[in-house]
Structures are given as structure tokens and as C-alpha cells.
Write a protein that binds this ligand. Structure first.
Ligand SMILES: [Zn+2]
Ligand SMILES: [Zn+2]
Length: 403
């Protein structure tokens, strides 16, 4: 059987979680990755708010194991890069910490400010009164803390882990995990330009199959207003990827002020220079198999999907860079909402039902029947006409009578 490792992004945002709609596509949870190494070794890289989602998945697996699986506890190695909020804030909300069947090994460095047992202190302080309602005694999972430093390397089942110091206020560690299926380097919260740290990163990333790198700012921002903030850019990521002969570059730690379109822009700019670049999206999953990397994107999380048949003309660029245009069939659409002209004025936040005929005949499969909520209502251009914005909540059986 070939060796397979899976890397999943549970949180990709830097600094603070975002909920703005224009950040949804990439996701709003802060730093958290999971690596399943060949042979079953499990790693958690950082504990930002994305950790809560991973906890939900782990609990579901424990409650409903696959037919072949057993319901024993979860064991994982938790590698924390540093103690800024966006890398630790998910800990109190991670259910597997509150289950005595589970065991965790934690790794991080001795902070100058906190001294010995820094990570234990950070974890316990987050659960201390008056910051959190649940007592530390409820955190029943087995916990072992390991103090490590840049330059250390150690073996855990499934991977060899190497740590390196990066350039970030109060310190930060980058991690490399070498597995039988391939190598992953997680290097976030790093500002380029200091020879010692730049050298550490190049060595850490050398020949990696996947490099996850801090691309929070634009090159212009880093050169001006964001210098000294401890972060980097897609352009620096490209330079490192080239110099270290990395196979795939993943832009990560998106700025909370960056809309999805801004991140798209960074990605497209980076691809011009280094084609094997990807922008980390919440839910993205990378499979490493015999040093080859396959990327899968999450199901779009934004809307209800509906099977439909519509003709469309599609143009774009094919893999070899050639532009194309072709006639295609739309097989399904995702439905977020609509803007309607009505002669009545439904109140904001009231429910409406919208039935749309999508084909030329009255075949029910050509009919979309949707329940929605009114989010906008304004006078239209004519008298007795209103522009009404609706967000769709669900699709209804077209034969259900309106109540
Ligand atoms: Zn951060
Ligand atoms: Zn930080």
C-alpha cells in the first residue's frame, strides 16, 4: 500500500477571526492545520479558532467510527508556533480536551515573558476565572508538555519533526514534518530581512513538498506601513519556494482586512512567478502520496446547491495556458439570494417564498421553489415598485402550498 499523508486546513486567517461576507470564501477562522501521517500519527499545527471545527470532526469520528475503526481515544501531537491569540484561542473550545479517553502531547518554546512551562501556563490561563466558565479540572484528556527550541529535531510515530526560529515579535517557531509520504513545512508569522532567520527558513523549507507560508500583506504594505509587524508576502513566499526548491507553495495567514478578492489577487500574482502556488482555504485538503501532492478544495460553503440544466458559454484558460471558450451545460447552481421588483412592500426580516421557472415549460423539475428572508427593501424607479433583496434559506417542494 502506498504511503499517504493528509494535511487539512481548519483555519487560515491571521490575527483575528473574521465573519464579514467578503471573507467567507477563504474562511474566517484563525490558524489551525491537521496532518495525518502515514501509519496514523496525528498532528495539530497551532490552535487558533479553526481548532473548534477539528474538535467537532474528531468527536464525530469517535462517536461514529468507520466500520473498521475502533472507538478508543484520540492521540495527537500539538505543535504550537507561538502564543499570540490567533494561534491559541481555539483551545478552550476543543471538545477532545474534555474527554478522558484522549491524550495530547504539546510542543512549544519557553517564552521569555512566561518562563518555564509556557504552553501549560497559556492553556491554563485561558481556562482561569473570570475568562472562561469551565474549570480546568474538567479538562480530563491526558496532557504532556514538551519544551523545545529552534534547531531541535525529534521523532514521533509517523514523522520526524524539526523546529526553526522565525522572525516575529516575542519569537515564533516554524515546523517541518518529514513523513514517508512527503514533507510539509509550516512557517507562518515570519518577517523576512534578517539574515539569521532567513537562513533558518531556507534550511527548514529545503525541497519540501508543501510549504505553508505567511502571506498576510502585499509587498507594498510590507515595504511601508506594515514593516516590523512580523509578517510576510506572497512575493517573499515565491522567492523562498524557488530558492529552497519547494514543490508547492501555500499562501497562508490571510489578513483580516483582506477580502476574498484581495487574496485572489495575491494568488494570481504569485502564480505568475511560481505556478505551483495555492491560497489556503478553510477546509482545503492536501494529499501527499509518494512525494506527489494533490490539492482538494472544500465544498462551497456559501449556498444551497440545486441541480438544473442550463446552456452556458464558458471562457477561461486551460492548464497549458491557452485561452478557451466553449458551449457547456450548467448542471447545478448555488443559490444565495435574489433581487426582485415587487408592487408590495414586505417588511425586513419577513419570510417570502419565491418560485422561479427555469425552463420554457411548466415541468416541475424546471421550477425552483425557495423560502427566503427579506434583507432589503427600497423604492423602485416607478411608483408602486419596490426593490426587494432576499436571502434564500432553503428549497421547498414546489407543490407545498404557501402558508
Ligand atoms: Zn498569527
Ligand atoms: Zn503572531
Amino acid at each position: 500500500m502506498p504511503n499517504v499523508a493528509k494535511l487539512t486546513f481548519w483555519g487560515v486567517r491571521g490575527s483575528t477571526p473574521t465573519v464579514e461576507r467578503d471573507t467567507w470564501r477563504y474562511g474566517g477562522n484563525t490558524s489551525c492545520l491537521e496532518l495525518r501521517a502515514p501509519g496514523g500519527g496525528r498532528f495539530i499545527l497551532d490552535c487558533g479558532t479553526g481548532l473548534r471545527m477539528l474538535g467537532k470532526r474528531m468527536r464525530a469520528e469517535q462517536e461514529h467510527p468507520p466500520a473498521s475503526g475502533k472507538t478508543s481515544g484520540v492521540e495527537a501531537h500539538v505543535l504550537v508556533t507561538h502564543y499570540h491569540w490567533d494561534h491559541i484561542q481555539g483551545m478552550p473550545f476543543f471538545h477532545p480536551f474534555f474527554d478522558a479517553r484522549n491524550r495530547f502531547d504539546f510542543y512549544s518554546f519557553k517564552s521569555q515573558q512566561l518562563g518555564r512551562d509556557s504552553l501549560r501556563q497559556v492553556l491554563e490561563a485561558q481556562l482561569a476565572s473570570p475568562y472562561f466558565p469551565v474549570d480546568l479540572a474538567k479538562m480530563t484528556a491526558g496532557r504532556r508538555f514538551h519544551e523545545i527550541a529552534g534547531g531541535d529535531a525529534w521523532d514521533v510515530p509517523g514523522a520526524r519533526v524539526t523546529a526553526a526560529w522565525l522572525n516575529h515579535p516575542q519569537g515564533c517557531l516554524g515546523y517541518r514534518l518529514d513523513t514517508a509520504a512527503g514533507s510539509v513545512v509550516y512557517a507562518t508569522d515570519n518577517e523576512p530581512g534578517v539574515a539569521e532567520f532567513d537562513g533558518n527558513l531556507l534550511k527548514l523549507a529545503d525541497g519540501a513538498d508543501a510549504l505553508v507560508y505567511d502571506a498576510q500583506f502585499s509587498p507594498e504594505q510590507l515595504a511601508t506601513t506594515r514593516r516590523g509587524w512580523g509578517h510576510s508576502t506572497w512575493l517573499e513566499g515565491v522567492k523562498i519556494a524557488r530558492q529552497a526548491r519547494v514543490k508547492n507553495l501555500f499562501l497562508f495567514h490571510h489578513d483580516p482586512e483582506s477580502s476574498s478578492q484581495v487574496v485572489d489577487g495575491f494568488l494570481y500574482a504569485a502564480r505568475q512567478e511560481f505556478p505551483a502556488t495555492w491560497a489556503a482555504i478553510e477546509g482545503m485538503c492536501i494529499t501527499l502520496c509518494d512525494q506527489r501532492v494533490k490539492v482538494a478544495l472544500p465544498e462551497a460553503r456559501l449556498g444551497h446547491r440545486r441541480e438544473i440544466r442550463l446552456a452556458a458559454m464558458v471562457s477561461g484558460q486551460s492548464e497549458n495556458g491557452m485561452p478557451f471558450e466553449e458551449q457547456a451545460t450548467v448542471r447545478d447552481v448555488s443559490l444565495l439570494g435574489a433581487y426582485l421588483s415587487l408592487s408590495r412592500r414586505p417588511p425586513l426580516q419577513s419570510e417570502v417564498r419565491v418560485v422561479i421557472e427555469t425552463g420554457g415549460n411548466s415541468n416541475p423539475s424546471n421550477r425552483l421553489s425557495l423560502r427566503g428572508t427579506v434583507v432589503r427593501c427600497e423604492p423602485g424607479s416607478k411608483a408602486n415598485e419596490y426593490g426587494v433583496g432576499v436571502v434564500f434559506l432553503e428549497e421547498l417542494d414546489p407543490d407545498t402550498p404557501l402558508d
